[in-house]
Each structure stands twice: as structure tokens, then as C-alpha cells.
Design a protein around this ligand. Structure first.
Ligand code: SF4
Length: 90
């Protein structure tokens, strides 16, 4: 069941990415916005345990499974919570 949920969010992210590219939108937010989003995520009850790849540790969203260091930097990304704690920047 969790696999289908992650697949759903991957699909939604990919659709948002295509929309952003098609519309000629910027893909990366400023460092200030990325830091603001990350602060919100760090205080969120859905923040997931660290995800480790080799020696690198990443924080993940417990709802969509995204790696937050990447998710918070992309303009087309949304917080998947209901209501969202932060929104896409276009
Ligand atoms: S993306 Fe939203 S739900 Fe996920 S950890 Fe960040 S604030 Fe929480």
C-alpha cells in the first residue's frame, strides 16, 4: 500500500515538473525560501527518520517519502500534508 502512495506522489511530482518546464518556469527556489521550507519540515510531526545512502544521511517526508534537501529546493514541489504547510512558489 505504501508503495502505491509513493508512486502517486512520484507521478504528481513528475506532472508538476513537466508543467514547470512547459511554462518556462524556474525550477529552483532561492536559498532563503529553501531554508524557510526546511525549517518548517524540521518542526513537522511527519518528518521521517534519516534515510542513509552510503555515508550520507537525508531527512525524508513521512507522507510522500521525498528527500527534503531536494524537495524544498524545487519550485514546483508542495507539502503533501492536508492542509499543506508550504506551497509551490509559482
Ligand atoms: S513536506 Fe510537509 S508533511 Fe512533509 S515533512 Fe515537510 S512539512 Fe511535513
Amino acid at each position: 500500500m505504501k508503495f502505491f502512495k509513493i508512486f502517486k506522489y512520484l507521478y504528481l511530482d513528475f506532472r508538476a515538473f513537466l508543467y514547470a518546464v512547459q511554462q518556462g518556469k524556474k525550477l529552483r527556489v532561492t536559498n532563503e525560501i529553501a531554508n524557510q521550507r526546511m525549517e518548517i519540515c524540521k518542526n513537522c510531526e511527519n518528518l521521517n527518520q534519516e534515510f542513509k545512502i552510503f555515508n550520507y544521511k537525508f531527512l525524508r517526508c513521512g507522507i510522500c517519502g521525498c528527500i527534503l534537501r531536494a524537495k524544498t529546493k524545487l519550485t514546483f514541489e508542495n507539502c503533501p500534508d492536508n492542509p499543506p504547510k508550504w506551497k509551490s512558489s509559482f
